[in-house]
Design a protein around this ligand. Sequence first.
Ligand code: ADE
Length: 221
Amino acid sequence: MKIDILTLFPESFSYLNSSILKRAQENNIIEINLIDIRNFSKDKHKKCDDYPFGGGAGMLMSVQPIYDALKSVQKENSKIIFPSPSGEKFNANIAKNLSTYDHLIFICGHYEGIDQRVIDIFNPQEISIGDYVLTGGELASMVIIDSLSRFVTGVISKESLEEESFSSGKLEYPQYTRPAQFMGLKVPDVLLSGNHEEIAKWREKKSIEKTKNIRPDLFNN
Ligand code: ADE
């Protein structure tokens, strides 16, 4: 999978070059390219923002630099995503769906937003990562990319995907590793028993308890 990220702040994406996503790129499973929108500005000062018509607070990202940056990478099969607080709410199903595309393009807005004509021309999927407003789309893009990458074959093991939160519609059960006792806190006996059937039952029970306590809405959906 190839992912192109259009941004005014390419330096903010170093997280994508660590840990699991770093390995996925080294193994050529995912290719991530950062495209600096400023390089496409036709303004003599490389300006990429301007005041909103009709007035209002702050600045908007202009259409021309984004249009040219996008056209430089867009192909016939490209799926375009615009992270925005006014998009549909992100979840694991959307991540899974996005993981099936060969080419994703992310447009990172900044300041007060972007010129509506970017959306009218390219019709991106608008995705919100939650009901709060970030200073830009960079963090939201990273959240979406990190999450969808886990569904791309070869990035993490199949077992990890199947066992985790949301794959079963429930939250994940508590997990423990060595030592079996720490500051008087003991790992539940069943997990040390070697009885896989009992372990599976215990995990299912804990998973249900946790979901009921923390996210009862998951049972209603
Ligand atoms: N950009 C700013 N806030 C955002 C949010 N909540 N989700 C996605 N993109 C955003």
